[in-house]
Write a protein that binds this ligand. Structure first.
Ligand code: TMP
Length: 212
C-alpha cells in the first residue's frame, strides 16, 4: 500500500430507503477497508449524539412535533455541525463511510411536499461525496424485510414518495446497486466501486462542495 502523506481520504455515502441494507453494508465495508490497511471511519446521519441530533431523535420517535421546515433545517444543521471535522479527517487521509447524507435530507422532506430547491438550499456548501452508493429496493420489498419499526417515516406510502424523490437527485457520483441481491453480491459490487473511488481520491481528485 502506498499511502503518501498528502493523499486524501474518500467521502463515500450510502443512501436508500429504510430497510434497504445500508447499515449492514457500511459495517462490512468498514471492516473490508480496515483489513486492506486503509484509515477509515464509519459515520451516520442523523448523528443523534449532538444536541441537535437529540431533537431529531425525539422527533423521529414521535416524542415531539416540529414543523416540516424546522425539522428539515435541523437535519441540515446536524450535517453542518460535523462539516469541519469531516473536512479535516478527509484531508488527513481518512476515508469516511457515511450512512445517509444530504440526499436523504432532500428526499424525505420533499416527499412531504416541500419544494425541492428550498430543500437543497441549506445543503449548499457541505462537502460533496466522491461516491454515492444507492442501494435500490422497491418500497414493498423493503417493507417486507423484518417489518418497519416505530419511527415516523417507516410507512409504505411515504417510502414510495421518498423513492420517487431520490430518483430526481441522481448525478454522476451515484452508483445504483441492486439491493435485492444476496448480501455477498451486494457487498462485492460495493467493494469494487469503492476501491476505485478511494484510488481516484488518493491520486489527487479535489474535494468539492454540494451541489455538483
Ligand atoms: P436512520 O434510520 O438511518 O437513523 O434515519 C432516520 C430517519 O431520518 C430515516 O427515516 C431517514 C430520515 N432522514 C431525514 O428525513 N433527513 C435527513 O437528512 C436524514 C439524514 C435522515
Amino acid at each position: 500500500n502506498n499511502h503518501s502523506s498528502d493523499s486524501r481520504g474518500a467521502l463515500i455515502v450510502l443512501e436508500g430507503l429504510d430497510r434497504c441494507g445500508k447499515t449492514t453494508q457500511s459495517s462490512r465495508l468498514l471492516s473490508y477497508l480496515e483489513e486492506l490497511g486503509h484509515t477509515v471511519e464509519s459515520w451516520r446521519f442523523p448523528d443523534r449524539t449532538t444536541n441537535v441530533g437529540q431533537m431529531i431523535s425525539s422527533y423521529l420517535a414521535n416524542k415531539s412535533h416540529l414543523d416540516d421546515h424546522t425539522i428539515h433545517l435541523l437535519f441540515s444543521a446536524n450535517r453542518w455541525e460535523k462539516r469541519s471535522l469531516m473536512e479535516s479527517k478527509l484531508k488527513s487521509g481518512t476515508t469516511l463511510i457515511i450512512d445517509r447524507y444530504s440526499y436523504s435530507g432532500v428526499s424525505f422532506s420533499s416527499a412531504k411536499g416541500l419544494d425541492v430547491e428550498w430543500c437543497k438550499a441549506p445543503e449548499i456548501g457541505l462537502l460533496a461525496p466522491d461516491l454515492v452508493l444507492y442501494l435500490e429496493i422497491s418500497p414493498e420489498n423493503a417493507a417486507e424485510r423484518g417489518g418497519y419499526g416505530e419511527e415516523r417515516y417507516e410507512q409504505l406510502e411515504f417510502q414510495k414518495k421518498v423513492a420517487q424523490s431520490y430518483k430526481t437527485l441522481r448525478d454522476a457520483s451515484w452508483k445504483i446497486i441492486d439491493a435485492t441481491l444476496p448480501i455477498e453480491d451486494v457487498e462485492k459490487q460495493v467493494r469494487d466501486t469503492v476501491l476505485n473511488c478511494v484510488e481516484t481520491c488518493r491520486e489527487g481528485k479535489p474535494l468539492s462542495e454540494l451541489w455538483l
